[in-house]
Write a new protein. Structure first.
Length: 198
């Protein structure tokens, strides 16, 4: 008697379907089938910290600007007067117009902010700061431009983000402030434009 042979269905590539095994993707990880890039974490958050200001903030800013303009006028520094007015206008815009939401993505390839992607080899380290009671992720780049990526975390905890980034970048507990940051903090502390809530 001839032995009965079991027929095996083959795919167009000639591989038997019996040898194909299903691979399950871990939870919370998306894989781009065309490139094999894993999305480790993605979220949406405002482009910058935003806090609505009261009338006293704008009144104090206008008063200080007016005094500075008088001093510059006495020294005939008309160009600097225009610069000060431009800074006042920009400050008012940032204080009144809420930022739009950005989409942030951390993948096995690097970090993507909207349509701009940065590979891990282009990034240096990361740390966290809090501004206006908002947690912000700072990722420093090896190149001078942009120098640093800032991403608001929204509802994502910084502990979760740190665990995702640690396999790729070193984490800094604290980073020395620059001269501009120290000056800004000193001015905000000693000459606040509006009263701080205790």
């Amino acid at each position: 008697m001839a032995a009965t042979q079991k027929k095996s269905t083959k795919t167009p590539t000639g591989i038997s379907k019996d040898t194909i095994k299903t691979v399950q993707t871990p939870k919370n990880v998306q894989i781009n089938s065309s490139s094999g890039i894993k999305t480790l974490l993605s979220w949406t958050g405002p482009g910058r910290p935003f806090k609505r200001r009261g009338k006293q903030f704008f009144a104090t800013a206008i008063l200080i600007t007016f005094l500075v303009e008088i001093i510059l006028f006495l020294f005939s520094q008309y160009l600097l007067m225009l610069v000060v007015l431009s800074l006042l206008f920009m400050g008012f815009v940032l204080a009144t117009v809420p930022p739009r939401d950005f989409h942030y993505r951390i993948s096995s390839e690097g970090i993507t902010v909207e349509d701009h992607s940065y590979l891990w080899i282009e990034l240096y380290d990361f740390y966290f700061k809090k501004r206006e009671n908002v947690d912000i992720l700072h990722v420093r780049t090896k190149a001078f431009i942009p120098g640093e990526l800032t991403m608001t975390l929204g509802d994502i905890s910084h502990d979760h983000v740190r665990m995702v980034l640690l396999p790729y970048l070193p984490y800094r507990e604290s980073v020395k402030q620059t001269f501009m940051e120290k000056s800004g903090d000193w001015l905000a502390k000693n000459f606040p434009l509006e009263p701080t809530k205790q």
